[in-house]
Ligand binder design. Sequence first.
Ligand code: DAH
Length: 341
Amino acid sequence: MEKLDSILLDARKEIEGSQESQELNSLYQKFLGKTGIVTEQLKHMKDLPNEEKKTFGMKINSIKNEIFSLIKIKEKEFEKNKVEEQIKNTEFVDLTIPSKERKGSLHPITILQEKLIDIFLSMGFTVEDGNEIETEYNNFEAVNIPKNHPARDMQDTFYLENGQVLKTHTSAAQNRIMKKYGAPLKAIFPGRCFRNEELDASHENTFFQIEGMMIDKDVSVANLIYFMKEMLTNVFGKEINVRLRPGFFPFVEPGFELDISCPYCDGKGCRVCKHGGWIELCPCGMIHPNVLKMGGIDPEKYQGFAFGLGFSRLAMMNYDITEIRLLNSGNIKALSQAKIK
Ligand code: DAH
C-alpha cells in the first residue's frame, strides 16, 4: 500500500513537471501502459491474502483514475497554452469578428416578399404556403385549363417523370386553399414558379409570384381595385393610380391586366415606363364560376377576385435591377448594388 502511495506521488510530480504533450504520452506509458508501473503492481495481487485483495484492488483502481485525470488536466493546459500562443503570434483567425468588408443582408426578393406579406396581413389576409411540385390537376384542370386547352402552351411546363409538374404559377394552390378554408376567404400565397423559358434579361425559368384571393358575398371589381391600390401605395410609399385593361386567363371572368401609373415619373413618361406613363404589373380578375365550383364553393352564393403578381418584376422595378437573371444568380457583388429602400 505504501508503495502505491509513493507511485502516486512520483506520478503527480512528473506529470506536473512535464513540458509538452509528447512527454505526457510517455508518462502515460510509464505509469498506466501495458508494462507500466501501476499495471505491474496488479501482478502482486495474486500473492496477497484474500482479505487484502479487495482493498488493494480498490486502491490501485483509484490511483489509476487519479493518474489518468492528472494527465488529462495537464493535456488541457497544454492545448490552452498552444491557442494562447497562436493568438499572441496572430496566427489565429477569429471567425466571429464581424467583417469590415461586407455586411450580410436579405435577398431583395425576400425583403419584398416580407413587405408584401406585412401589407396583406394588415388588410386581414392569411398567408399560405404553396407546393413547388404540384399535380397536373391543381396546376391546370382546377383552374379551368383542361387537357389540350391552348392556354397550356402559354406556360411551358417542366414535367416530372411521375406525371407531376413544377408549378408554373401560384394559381396552382387556389383549389387546395378553397377546399381548406371554404368561403368566405381572404388569402395570399407567395411562391416560386418554374417555366421552361428561353432566358433573357426579363425571362427566367424560376421566378416569384404572389397570388391572392378574396371570396365572399358581394365581392366585386371595386374590391379588387381597392386592395390592389392599397397594396401598391404601401409598396411604393406614395399614392399609385391603377387602370384595368381586358386580359384573358381561363380562371377569371372577366379577366384583366392591371397597370399602374409609373411611380418613377408619376405618369409623365420616362425610361422605366417606356414613356407611356403606365406599367403593366398584375394580371387579375373575378374568379371563374367553374374554379369556385371545383374548389367546393357555390358560385351562386359567393364571388371573388384573384390576382397573380409577378414580384420578380416588381423587385426589379423597386430595386433598380435591370437583369432578372441576377435575382437567382447568387452574385453578391451585383445584388448588393440593388437599391434597397
Ligand atoms: N396565373 C397567371 C400566370 O401566371 C397569373 C394570373 C392571372 C393569376 C390572373 C390570377 C389571375 O390569379 O386572376 O400567368
